[in-house]
Write a protein that binds this ligand. Structure first.
Ligand SMILES: Nc1ncnc2c1ncn2[C@@H]1O[C@H](COP(=O)(O)OP(=O)(O)OP(=O)(O)O)[C@@H](O)[C@H]1O
Length: 253
């Protein structure tokens, strides 16, 4: 069920901006992420979408604006602390450890979140808590059957699924997903879209994605960025019929 917009957002960005020298990569952008919703951010190359994710995840600091998680100001928290408070992210490029098994990849993420860095390399069997979390993450990401496969030997689509599982192993409440469908075939895309639909029940999801068919199918809300600014935000129907969006992004009148 899609929540009403007056329910409290899990993550809220209020007029965030980020400059790189003379370039305003993100300008006064506000977005709300609610549990039960997929909020897609679309825009042309260089529009500022990945920078926005980096600002929300804490990878880079804002130049201006405020970010709240569940009503709490997290603007000044660095990425590791935001992650511990429930902000998880995936990256545009695959970030798995290819020579480890699928389960080990997830266990390392779970262990990092449990803050036992001194135990990072101990055998999986001895670390029951992180192992249980990792197995749950694999289950939620639909990868239980691949637990003992070498991560590097899997298909591109399964690797992207593993990245989601690794993110889930940090037990986030918010998922910031940067192009999870990139490079996928149609079958892999379908599997990922079903996964996103099931994950939104328990999470607030921000989806940056270039595959417009997919975005318009799964998004509950869409924000359109051009040159660092938001030109439109609303439900998919209102975005599809928005004249500014048609001209600036979809390329039609
Ligand atoms: N670390 C950085 N230093 C300087 N400029 C940057 C940095 N990161 C991003 N930019 C610039 O900020 C602008 C926005 O980049 P960003 O990667 O956020 O766009 P995007 O919408 O994610 O693009 P794409 O769809 O191609 O991934 C671009 O002009 C980019 O060159």
């Amino acid at each position: 069920m899609t929540p009403t917009t007056d329910s409290r957002p899990l993550l809220r960005a209020d007029a965030v901006s980020r400059r790189f020298g003379g370039l305003a990569a993100v300008k006064d952008v506000s977005v709300d992420l609610h549990q039960g919703q997929i909020h897609a951010v679309i825009g042309t190359n260089g529009a500022g979408k990945s920078t926005l994710i980096n600002l929300l995840s804490g990878e880079i600091p804002v130049s201006a604006g405020r970010i709240e998680l569940n009503g709490r100001d997290i603007t000044r928290l660095a990425q590791p602390r935001r992650a511990r408070h429930g902000v998880g992210r995936s990256y545009q490029r695959t970030t798995i450890f290819p020579s480890f098994t699928v389960l080990e990849n997830c266990r390392l993420c779970a262990q990092a979140e449990l803050q036992r860095p001194w135990a990072l390399w101990e055998s999986a069997g001895r670390c029951n808590q992180s192992l249980a979390i990792a197995r749950q993450a694999l289950h939620d990401a639909g990868l239980s059957d691949a637990a003992s496969s070498l991560a590097g030997s899997m298909s591109h689509g399964k690797k992207r699924q593993l990245e989601i599982a690794m993110c889930l192993a940090t037990r986030p409440r918010v998922l910031l997903l940067d192009e999870p469908l990139a490079g996928m075939g149609s079958e892999e895309t379908e599997r990922m879209l079903s996964l996103l639909e099931s994950l939104k029940k328990e999470h607030a999801i921000l989806l940056v994605e270039h595959d417009m068919d997919a975005v318009f199918r799964v998004a509950d809300r869409i924000t359109v960025m051009v040159n660092g600014t938001v030109i439109a935000s609303g439900d998919p129907e209102s975005i599809r019929s928005n004249d500014d969006v048609k001209v600036a992004y979809l390329g039609t009148h």
